[in-house]
Design a protein around this ligand. Structure first.
Ligand code: KG4
Ligand code: ZN
Length: 340
C-alpha cells in the first residue's frame, strides 16, 4: 500500500510517498525562503499563493519519482491543521479532489501529531515515550502514552522555540531560516561569555518561557552596539543564547523523565521532534541528560525534523491501519491542539 502525504501548513510545499514497511519512495519539499527573506517573515497571503503555484508541480514530481499513478495509491494524508488557513485550504482541497477522483481513503492529519509520530517511522519507536516538540509554532512537552493518548505536560507561555531562534537570528542580522543560521554562527562562539537569563528554570511545572531571553539578547545588542553584529562577538552571543535554550529545554526533559518514573511509566525513549530538533548542539546537550535516566534521545534525521510530506503520510498510514478515515466534508482547523 502506497500512501501520499501532502503538507502546506506554513512555508513549505511538500509531498512524499511512503510504504507500510517504512520506506520512502519519493520526497519533495519546496521552501519559500526567498519570500520569507524578502518580507522578513511568513506572510500568510503570499504563502498561500505560493502553495497554489507550487503544489501541482510538487505532486507531479513526487508521483513521477515514486513511479506511480494516483490510482495506484492506497490512501492520502493531508495536513488539516494547525497552520495558516490559506495554505491549509490549498492542500486540503487538492487532496480531497485526488481522493474523490480516484476513490481513495483520505486522512485529515494533525501537523503536530505528524511531528510527534515521525520517530515511529524513522526508528520504529514504541509507546510510551516522552516527547519534546519544538518547532516554529510550538514548544510542548508531552507524554505519548499510546495511540491518541497524549498527555500534555507543558507548553510555552509566550514564543515557540523556533520562533525565538528566528527572531534572535533576525536581530543579529543572520539570514533565513534563522535557526540553522544561528546554529552555524554559534559553532565558533563561546557559550559562557554572556550570562543570559533562563526564564522559569527553577519554577515548578513543565511550562516554557522564552520572551525574557529574547529581550535580554536585544538589550545586550543595544548595549554592545555595532560590534554585536559581526565577528567573534556575534558568534559568542549566538553560542550563549543557544546554551540558554539548551538548558531550558534540557531542564524540562529531565523533569519529564523524572515525572514518568514517579508515575511508574516505563518509557521506551525520549524523543525530540520538530524543526528545532535539527539543532546538533541541542541534541548533544539533551542526550547527556537522557543518558542519566538510562534512555537514549531519539530524533528524526535532519531532513525529517522540519516540515515534510513523509511525516504526514506516516500519520495517515497509522490512522488507516487502525481503521480511521476522514469523510470528505471536513474543514481545515487553523487551531488544533494535541492532547485535547
Ligand atoms: O517544524 P518546522 O519546520 O515548522 C513548524 O511546524 O513550525 O520548524 C521550523 C522551525 C523554524 O523556526 C526554524 O528556524 C527552526 O525550526 N529550525 C532550527 C534549526 N533548523 C530549523 N532551530 C534551531 N536550530 C536548527 N538547526
Ligand atoms: Zn512543523
Amino acid at each position: 500500500m502506497y500512501i501520499l502525504g501532502i503538507e502546506t501548513s506554513c512555508d513549505e510545499t511538500a509531498a512524499a510517498v511512503i510504504t507500510p514497511d517504512r520506506r520512502i519512495l519519493s520526497h519533495v519539499c519546496w521552501s519559500q525562503w526567498e519570500d520569507v527573506a524578502r518580507y522578513g517573515g511568513v506572510v500568510p497571503e503570499i504563502a498561500a499563493r505560493a502553495h497554489l503555484e507550487c503544489l501541482e508541480p510538487v505532486l507531479q514530481q513526487v508521483m513521477k519519482e515514486a513511479g506511480l499513478e494516483f490510482s495506484q495509491l492506497g490512501g492520502i494524508g493531508v495536513t488539516a491543521g494547525p497552520g495558516l488557513m490559506g495554505g491549509l485550504m490549498v492542500g486540503v482541497v487538492t487532496a480531497k479532489m485526488i481522493a474523490a477522483c480516484h476513490d481513495l481513503p483520505l486522512v485529515a492529519v494533525n501537523h503536530l501529531e505528524a511531528h510527534a509520530l515521525t520517530v515511529r517511522f524513522t526508528h520504529g519507536t514504541e509507546f510510551p515515550y516522552l516527547l519534546l516538540l519544538v518547532s516554529g509554532g510550538h514548544c510542548q512537552l508531552l507524554l505519548m502514552e499510546s495511540w491518541r493518548k497524549y498527555r500534555l505536560l507543558g507548553t510555552t507561555l509566550d514564543d515557540a522555540a523556533g520562533e525565538v531562534f528566528d527572531k534572535t537570528a533576525k536581530l543579529l542580522g543572520l539570514g533565513v531560516p534563522g535557526g540553522p543560521a544561528l546554529e552555524k554562527e554559534a559553532q565558533q562562539g563561546d557559550p559562557k561569555r554572556f550570562p543570559l537569563p533562563r526564564p522559569l528554570i527553577h519554577k515548578p511545572g513543565f511550562d516554557f518561557s522564552f520572551s525574557g531571553l529574547k529581550t535580554a539578547v536585544r538589550h545586550l545588542v543595544n548595549k554592545i552596539g555595532e560590534e554585536a553584529l559581526t565577528g567573534q562577538t556575534r558568534s559568542d552571543i549566538c553560542a550563549s543564547f543557544q546554551e540558554a535554550v539548551g538548558e531550558l529545554l534540557g531542564r524540562r526533559c529531565s523533569q519529564g523523565l523524572a515525572y514518568a518514573k514517579e508515575e511508574g511509566i516505563e518509557l521506551k525513549a525520549c524523543v525530540m521532534a520538530g524543526g528545532v530538533a535539527a539543532n546538533q548542539a541541542l541534541r548533544q546537550k539533551i542526550s547527556v541528560l537522557c543518558d542519566q535516566f538510562g534512555l537514549s534521545l531519539t530524533c528524526p534525521p535532519i531532513s525529517l525534523c522540519t516540515d515534510n510530506g513523509v511525516m504526514i503520510a506516516w500519520a495517515a498510514l497509522e490512522a488507516l491501519q487502525r481503521g480511521e478515515e476522514t469523510s470528505l466534508d471536513f474543514s481545515p482547523r487553523p487551531r488544533w491542539p494535541l492532547g485535547e
